[in-house]
Design a protein around this ligand. Structure first.
Ligand SMILES: Cc1ncc(COP(=O)(O)O)c(C=O)c1O
Length: 390
């Protein structure tokens, strides 16, 4: 394929790391997971990291943990403010825990919800803001965290698409939430086959996450954890269950690969950003296309194009020409969730109108980005789109 959505970012180091795990014979969660968690937390300057088997699991464990906090836990029926554009499993745990969605629109320029809209959407029922930085582009997570603090709300960041992105002040996204989540699926900034991470500075949430991740048991908790009181019986403690948890554990191979990928993350992000500069030069200022306006420093997960709704451009013709040029593309993230059938299972309310989310869904798409030079591919993309829109 001339311009695929994604390619592998693994090198010899990742394959050697896999071999070391095989040689060790320790495949289930062990020293590599613990080391990757420490290294990841240190990279982001956070106290705690909990690795799980996917970004979806990171979201699920995070929402679950908030229901078991000692003080002010989330409760069924509580309202959560979320943007209408994200991946399906940003939303599903909220539904599974009986939370009520308050959907807000996104900015057509950044594709993220803005702090101003979040502030306006807060009601007496609101208990949490769930922010998403779409496709590498930082949302105003610093401002949103300040709003959450002002109103006594939980702030959760789904940073699955924006590892290594930074705000204008240089602080990284994924460091602002009471809980912030990451995905290491193929094509993401760090790829570990499957994998995810949660970052938090809150030690109670850290312990809740560790129990939620593994059967709801106490085995992975320190003996002085405030979540429970140990008895003197090792037999009883070995199978001691305190929470209705899951098995979301990652495997050693994923963590071993993640450690190698983390070492190369700054270089990989820099390379992604070199491609971003080429893309921006080609498309910025061409009013036929709306591209993501960068807020701070995007980690350039991929490149979005929205066909200007003011122009009479046939979307199907554009898509046909992209296919003919062997350029792979997809709907932006998962599209607007209010266009997906699953919304019928959600208890939701919409704040204001959702004009931009629908435009992004109906007239937008993304193409791939990865840490190898994509100049010919991006020039071809521009050529094809310019021809399709003539
Ligand atoms: C915003 C967002 N949240 C959550 C996920 C889920 O991550 P995973 O595929 O690792 O389960 C994704 C997946 O790409 C995502 O884009």
């Amino acid at each position: 394929m001339f311009y695929p959505l994604a390619t592998s970012t693994w090198d010899r180091e990742e394959l050697a790391a896999l071999q070391r795990v095989i040689d060790s014979g320790q495949f289930t969660m062990g020293p590599n997971v613990a080391a990757f968690e420490d290294e990841f937390a240190a990279y982001f300057g956070k106290k705690h990291a909990v690795m799980v088997n996917s970004g979806s699991s990171a979201n699920l464990a995070s929402v679950a943990a908030l229901f078991y906090k000692k003080d002010r836990p989330l409760q069924r029926g509580d309202e959560v403010i979320v943007p209408v554009l994200s991946w399906s499993t940003t939303y599903h745990p909220l539904q599974q825990y009986g939370l009520r969605f308050k959907f807000v629109d996104i900015s057509l320029e950044t594709l993220n919800m803005t702090a101003d809209v979040v502030r306006a959407a807060i009601s007496p029922r609101t208990r949490m803001i769930l922010a998403v930085s779409i496709l590498g582009n930082p949302a105003e997570v610093d401002l949103m965290r300040a709003i959450a603090d002002e109103h006594g709300l939980y702030f959760m960041e789904d940073n699955c698409e924006s590892t290594d992105a930074a705000l204008p002040n240089g602080r990284r996204t994924g460091t602002f939430g009471h809980l912030s989540t990451f995905s290491f699926f193929f094509s993401h900034h760090i790829a570990t086959m499957e994998g995810g991470m949660v970052l938090t500075d809150d030690t109670e949430l850290y312990h809740l996450l560790k129990s939620m991740r593994a059967h709801g048991w106490t085995r992975d908790l320190p003996h002085d954890s405030p979540l429970y009181e140990r008895t003197g019986s090792d037999h009883f403690e070995a199978y001691r269950f305190i929470l209705p948890g899951y098995n979301l554990r990652p495997i050693e191979m994923s963590a071993a690969v993640g450690r190698e990928q983390l070492k190369r993350l700054p270089t990989m992000t820099a390379r992604r950003r070199e491609n971003l500069a080429v893309f921006q030069k080609l498309f910025a200022g061409d009013n036929r296309f709306i591209i993501q306006r960068e807020h701070g420093k995007s980690s350039a997960y991929s490149f979005t194009v929205i066909l200007n709704p003011g122009l009479d451009v046939d979307r199907e013709r554009v898509f046909r020409m992209l296919r003919e040029a062997d350029i792979q593309f997809r709907m932006i993230t998962g599209g607007c969730i209010l266009r997906q059938d699953v919304r019928r299972y959600y208890d939701y309310e919409v704040h204001g109108s959702i004009k931009n989310g629908f435009i992004a869904h109906d007239r937008g798409f993304f193409v791939g980005n990865y840490p190898v030079p994509l100049k010919p591919q991006l020039h071809k993309l521009h050529e094809v789109l310019a021809e399709a829109c003539r």
